[in-house]
Each structure stands twice: as C-alpha cells, then as structure tokens.
Write a protein that binds this ligand. Sequence first.
Ligand code: 5GP
Ligand code: ZN
Length: 112
Amino acid sequence: MDDCVFCKIIKGDITSTKVYEDDDFLVIKDINPVAPVHDLVIYKEHIRNLNELKADNFKDFSRVFEVITKVAKLENISDGYRVVINNGEDAGQEIHHIHFHIIGGRKLGKIA
Ligand code: 5GP
Ligand code: ZN
C-alpha cells in the first residue's frame, strides 16, 4: 500500500533496523522505544488489523509465536517480555498495518 509506513519499510523505501526476517514477517526496532527492547513484528502483507485476517493469513500467523520466541532469544529477554497488539482506533493503533510489539529489557508495570 502506497501511503503505509510499514509497507515502505518492507520495500526498503524507509530504513529500519532489522532484527529478524523470514518469508512472512519482518522484525525491526521500534523508532520510539518504550523499553530497552522494543521490536515490531510486521506481517509482510498489508492487512489493517486482526479483523481483516483471512484463512491464508491465519496459516501464516500459526508461526508467529515461533518468530516471537526466536526474537526474544536473540534479544536476550526470554526471562520476561510483553507482546502487544493495538488493534483498531480505540486501542490506539497508529499504523494500520498489522503488527505485534515485543517489549522487554526492564521490569514492566501492570497493563492498562
Ligand atoms: P501502533 O500504535 O500502531 O501499535 O504502533 C506503531 C509503532 O510504530 C509505534 O510504536 C511507533 O513508534 C512505530 N513507528 C512509527 N513509525 C515508525 C518508523 O518509521 N520506523 C519504525 N522503526 N517504527 C515506527
Ligand atoms: Zn502496509
């Protein structure tokens, strides 16, 4: 999608710090981290949010926890981290291209 920041990052039109990549997911450092580790697991297909996932997407997402645990190991935060999806406007989703946040590297407070 032309005006989507994450599509531009996937295409390489906007630079990012890559942590991990496979056929379906790109994992990068968040530009505005809220903790020492704050990575974004970005699905390579432009899907707005969970509500738009279709059967083929669900197959791809069956692997997402494998990706997340791999990244946690790479980042040395397997002892504790938070996985967040801000899904839709009311949840504060800013970039309407489905992604997971992986947040860790410090003691985290209670979730809002
Ligand atoms: P959301 O609120 O949509 O769940 O999260 C979007 C995240 O993307 C935010 O944490 C924000 O800091 C991050 N972000 C926005 N623009 C860029 C960018 O150009 N590069 C990177 N690496 N992260 C971005
Ligand atoms: Zn996109």
